[in-house]
Each structure stands twice: as C-alpha cells, then as structure tokens.
Design a protein around this ligand. Structure first.
Ligand code: KIV
Ligand code: ZN
Length: 392
C-alpha cells in the first residue's frame, strides 16, 4: 500500500445502523455489503457480533460473501465479545477485530470507575486476546477527542506493543475543532514509539457539523484511514460521510492522498442505503442530495448553460448522477427557459422568448416548480404558438 493511499473503513452497517428505527435485516445488510465491496471500500465494519444473535448472523453471512474488503467486527474490551466476534468472522478472507475502551477522564471516571493505568491494562489484555484469533486488530480509544494527548499517546504505545495494527482515534462526541483534531493526530505521529508500524484512523462524529472537516485534517496530519458511513448516517448527528471525504480527496489532488473508491457508484449506493433504512437524504446534502447538481437561480443557470464549470466543481457523472438539472422557478431567467424549451422541441427566437417569458413568470409565481408539461402548456397558450410551430 502506498503512503498516500487513504483506507476507507465503512461503518454504515455498524455505527450507521445505530440510527433509531433504522434496523436492517440480514438480507438487506448483505445487499449493502456487496455494493460496498464493489464500491471499493477497504474495510466493512459488518456489526457488533455479541450485541444480538441477529447481528452475529449478519456478520457471519457478510464474512462469507465479501470478496475484496476486510470484514471487521466490533467488540468492547471484554473477552467474550472478542471470542464471539472471532467466531462470527471465521469465514472472512481477511478478518479484523475492532476492540477498544473509553480513555477520556469522563469515561474512565463515570463509565468505568477506574484509573488511567487500569484502563491501559484492560486495553492491552483485549488487544493481546484479539491477536490470538486474528492478525489484524484495530484498537479504538473511545472519546479520544476529549482525551489528554499525553495519556492517549501512552495508551497507543501500549496497544501497539500488544499487537494492534490500526489505532482508531474517535472524536466520539463530535467535540473537536479541525485544527485540534489534526494536532492530536500529529502529536501521536510524533510521540508514539512504534507508530510507523500501525495505521492511525479517524472516526469523527458530526455533533457540531465538523466530522468531514476533522477527518480531512486527520489525514493531512498523517492518519491513513477514515471511518465513515454512506450519507453520513449514524448515532445522533451521524458520522463522517463517505461520499464527502472521498470526493474532497479526489477534487484536491495536490493533497496527494487518494482512495480506491469507484466514485461513479456513490449516488446509487446512497439511494440504496436511504431506501433500505427508510432515511430520507436532505436535498441539499453534499454530493448525493437531490439538489447537489440542480441550479435554480437565473444567474447560475445562465452560467451553467454556457459552461458547467462556472458553478459546478464536480462533474455529476463522476458520482453517478446523469446530468446537472436546470430547475425552472420564478427565480429562473430567459436562458434557462430557452434551454428547457429547446430540450422538449421548441427553438425560440428572442422575440418569442420575451413573449413566453412573461407568461412563464406569471405561471411560476403560482407554482413552485415548472415542469416540462407546464412549459408545453405555457407555449401552447401563448400568442406566438402558431408562429413557433409553423417555423419549426
Ligand atoms: O464513536 C466511537 O467512539 C465509536 C467506537 C465504538 C469506535 O463508534
Ligand atoms: Zn462512532
């Protein structure tokens, strides 16, 4: 693996599936896992096997069908969790156990009623035990975003010694600012002995809308794995959106960081996840929202019709959207009306357009969006209709 490759760790089926009311059955999970594998994700976190017999069954079934990606199962730093995860992953071509424990003062004091040293001991024990089942063991320091860097470095060093191959640094509560999260990764890169033998991973939550920005800061500062979900779904305000980080790295090649994702599949898989989970995607969602490539203001429409790049930084085809949309509303100009009219067979002269545009505005003031059949109706009822069809 080259040093500028960022591994994409998809957790749609684990952290993503924690969205209340969005539970998937095994069949739905298998369809999504297969598509994630085709999409080119490097790791699929298939579930939390000890959490329920259904989740165990799903992780096991996914392990059997995934051809390329590593299949991963989540555990706590609890022996039985790890044993059960290893069992569920036994058919995977490349299995990974993802184990960990809370490391922030608040987790240590309130969740575990423990001490920093005892937490390191539990972490090391969990990693060593996981290592007795699989070669690839990822360790998460839960709430790393609010964990003191010096202590976090000690935890990381200890688990690397115990055999951890990947160190997940979750901003579990979505608290960090991008420069803080980036500095945390840089600190670990510079202060943890043995860090070059492990991959640092970003796992950011979106409570302040910063999950994507934090993950990008993480990889700029030396992390080489991003944990993310399709459409950014997940616990509370969600996780880092896979489609966003992938397209940011693609659109900014000077960062010299890339992924193996087949970006033309992004829109399709976004629809699949949204339909399977019954979670509607907001229209203005970056990359995959219904309006991500739709233009409705007259000024923008005029620009896009002349040259798409005036108002679009991504070619919609690159993410699987057929083409940009010119949406007709009362804010649209003549250029957009002429463009849409031409698409349905009317080539209008300047004078004809002036005449029809007045009728169009009156119509659009009453209706939110003007569709093709409305355009036909507006043209057919105009004074210049006969002139248009006889010159056609
Ligand atoms: O957000 C988090 O800390 C997690 C861990 C369990 C990896 O999801
Ligand atoms: Zn999480």
């Amino acid at each position: 693996m080259s040093n500028n490759n960022v591994q994409i760790f998809d957790t749609t089926l684990r952290d993503g599936e924690q969205v209340p009311g969005c539970k998937l059955n095994t069949e739905q999970k298998l369809i999504i896992a297969e598509q994630l594998d085709n999409l080119g994700v490097d790791i699929i976190e298939a579930g939390f096997p000890v959490s329920s017999p259904g989740d165990f069954k799903s992780v096991e079934a996914i392990s059997k069908i995934v051809k390329n990606a590593t299949v991963c199962g989540l555990t706590r730093s609890v022996e039985n969790d790890i044993k059960v995860a290893a069992e569920a992953l036994k058919y995977a071509k490349t299995p990974r156990i993802h184990t960990g424990i809370g490391t922030s003062d608040s987790h240590i004091k309130f969740k575990f009623k423990s001490t920093q040293e005892a937490i390191i001991e539990r972490a090391v024990k969990a990693v060593s035990y996981a290592k007795s089942f699989v070669e690839d063991v990822e360790f998460y320091a839960e709430d790393a975003g609010r964990t003191d860097n010096e202590y976090l470095a000690r935890v990381c060093e200890a688990v690397i010694k115990a055999g951890a191959t990947v160190l997940n640094i979750p901003d579990t509560t979505g608290y960090c600012l991008p420069h803080e999260y980036g500095a945390k990764i840089k600190y670990l890169k510079e202060n943890v002995k043995g860090i070059d033998n492990a991959i640092l991973s970003c796992h950011c939550h979106n409570d302040l809308g910063l999950a994507t920005a934090n993950s990008i800061e993480g990889v700029i500062n030396g992390a080489r794995q991003i944990e993310c979900t399709i459409n950014g779904i997940g616990e509370r305000a969600g996780n880092t959106a896979l489609e966003e980080v992938v397209m940011i790295l693609k659109q900014h090649p000077y960062l010299d960081l890339d992924t193996r994702i087949q970006t033309e599949m992004l829109y399709g898989i976004s629809q699949l996840v949204s339909d399977s989970m019954g979670i509607y995607t907001q229209p203005n969602k970056a990359i995959v929202g219904a309006n991500a490539f739709a233009h409705s203001s007259g000024i923008h429409q005029d620009g896009v019709i002349k040259n798409r790049e005036t108002y679009e930084i991504i070619d919609p085809k690159d993410v699987g959207v057929t083409e940009s949309a010119i949406v007709l509303t009362a804010r649209s100009g003549r250029a957009a009306l002429a463009y849409r009219a031409k698409n349905i067979g009317y080539e209008l002269t300047k004078l004809q357009l002036d005449e029809i545009y007045v009728n169009f505005l009156n119509f659009a003031d009453k209706k939110k969006e003007v569709n093709d059949s409305d355009i036909h109706q507006i043209i057919e009822s105009s004074k210049v209709y006969n002139e248009i069809i006889t010159s056609a």
